[in-house]
Design a protein around this ligand. Structure first.
Ligand SMILES: Nc1ncnc2c1ncn2[C@@H]1O[C@H](COP(=O)(O)OP(=O)(O)OP(=O)(O)O)[C@@H](O)[C@H]1O
Length: 419
């Protein structure tokens, strides 16, 4: 490819987003649309002479007849550029819930697994300014707050992979012009025109908004500002956690007097993070439910939310796993129970990890000597053989077993900052 000054600018921006010391192997997520096709070619141009090897990946969600053919087209383009390409197939659709959302989550999960298997630390995605602006408007329509409205980052770490967005500051049209300058085609996904999808309606609305000065750059700029605001709030929440939170046998305990002095937003963030951390929930509780739970804690009333039990007195607010939420959770003793507990001991077939519960309590008359609240013990892990309690180390019944929480206070605090 012959370079012109606009290509130089694009390449510079792509190179900057990959950092001063890019990893030796980088994945590129290519659907075959204009944005990711341009990304692939730009990264190919950029990588020449850097010693970086590119690996392209396409996910076939099996949702459209044309998808398999599109993946083959991407594979052919990659072969032409001498880039290794994989197609990953998703077959997990269970016919329930939001299809778009599930497909998207599956896509990220599959790509992260693919990268980890190959020792690829970084994957590049082809989001553009328009994607940033569309996401902002869609979230605004759903009533999102600072976090939801804050823009996609150019770099974030999740699932053991660093995701980068090298063309996040570029306009779609500039990427299409680049492809056209070099005679490269792309695949037009027909769902991009399907007005049943909110994103397509938003895209149409944006054409009208642009006349009012609300163009993609402006919306993306606001999303970026909110991202900085979100980072500042997370930082303050983290500092509050360092001052007032402790972790006791899997419970998060907040100093109640100090909690009352926190700014409302910081208190709500800390409370919500504690609930998610204890229950391993991916999503935050709803704002109204959270306000109710905070109010209950304030007046010392017991409440439940998000798979947690919240108890409070004037000294502390204690967020405990709720027994009801784990009473059906069972696994072999050498597996992780409730996403956060490991038991070390003489594993054996026929033994199972289940919640300690009232049945366990009845078999451990000395449980009070542990000093642990009854409600915390109920939802703690125990070793069972059918209905017989074999061990419950937290309740003082060791029998050669040890309970090991996978995460402690450090993890609680560090996971407040989203990466
Ligand atoms: N089927 C696919 N296979 C591989 N990569 C894909 C696929 N679909 C999307 N991508 C990657 O994700 C980028 C963004 O595409 P799109 O906006 O459709 O994705 P999204 O994940 O739904 O976005 P968002 O994170 O905003 O919801 C693409 O430029 C491409 O890099």
């Amino acid at each position: 490819m012959q370079l012109d000054p606009q290509d130089e600018l694009l390449l510079q921006s792509v190179g900057n987003s990959l950092g001063a010391k890019p990893p030796k192997a980088i994945g590129v997520a290519v659907s075959g649309g204009s944005d990711s096709t341009a990304l692939l070619h730009l990264m190919h141009q950029w990588s020449g002479g850097t010693g970086v090897t590119l690996h392209a990946v396409t996910v076939d969600h099996g949702l459209r007849d044309a998808a398999a053919g599109e993946a083959k087209t991407v594979a052919r383009i990659c072969a032409g550029l001498g880039i290794d390409h994989s197609t990953l197939r998703w077959t997990g659709w269970d016919g329930k819930g939001n299809l778009q959302d599930q497909a998207r989550r599956a896509r990220y999960r599959l790509m992260a697994g693919w990268a980890r298997e190959r020792g690829i630390e970084m994957i590049a995605l082809g989001h553009t300014v328009e994607d940033q602006a569309e996401t902002f408007l869609m979230r605004l329509a759903r009533g999102s707050g600072v976090d939801g409205l804050s823009g996609m980052a150019t770099r974030r770490v999740s699932d053991g992979v660093t995701w980068v967005r090298p063309v996040l500051l570029q306009r779609r049209q500039d990427l299409r012009d680049y492809l056209q300058r070099h005679g490269v085609g792309w695949i037009d996904d027909p769902t991009n025109e399907d007005e049943r999808f909110d994103r397509v309606k938003i895209r149409k609305a944006m054409q009208v908004l642009a006349d009012l000065g609300l163009d993609a750059d402006r919306l993306a700029g606001t999303a970026q500002d909110l991202q900085f605001a979100r980072i500042a709030l997370e930082q303050q929440t983290r500092e509050a956690a360092e001052r007032i939170a402790t972790v006791e046998n899997g419970d998060v305990v907040l100093d109640h007097m100090q909690y009352r002095r926190l700014p409302v937003e910081i208190g709500a963030r800390l409370f919500s993070h504690a609930l998610c951390w204890v229950s391993s929930a991916e999503y935050r509780p709803r704002r109204m439910a959270l306000i109710d739970a905070e109010y209950s804690a304030d007046i010392g009333k017991v409440s439940t939310l998000h798979g947690c039990l919240i108890t409070a007195n004037k000294n502390e607010i204690r967020i405990t796993r709720e027994y009801q939420a784990v009473k059906q959770t069972a696994c072999p003793t050498d597996e992780i129970w409730d996403n956060r507990w490991q038991l070390i001991g003489p594993h054996e077939k026929g033994l199972e990890l289940r919640a300690f519960g009232a049945k366990g309590l009845a078999q451990c008359p000395d449980w009070r000597a542990t000093g642990m609240p009854r409600t915390s013990l109920l939802a703690s892990p125990a070793v069972w053989r059918k209905d017989s309690l074999i061990a419950a180390p937290l309740a003082g019944l060791g029998n050669g077993w040890l309970t090991k929480p996978l995460f402690g206070l450090d993890h609680f605090i560090s996971s407040i900052i989203s990466h």
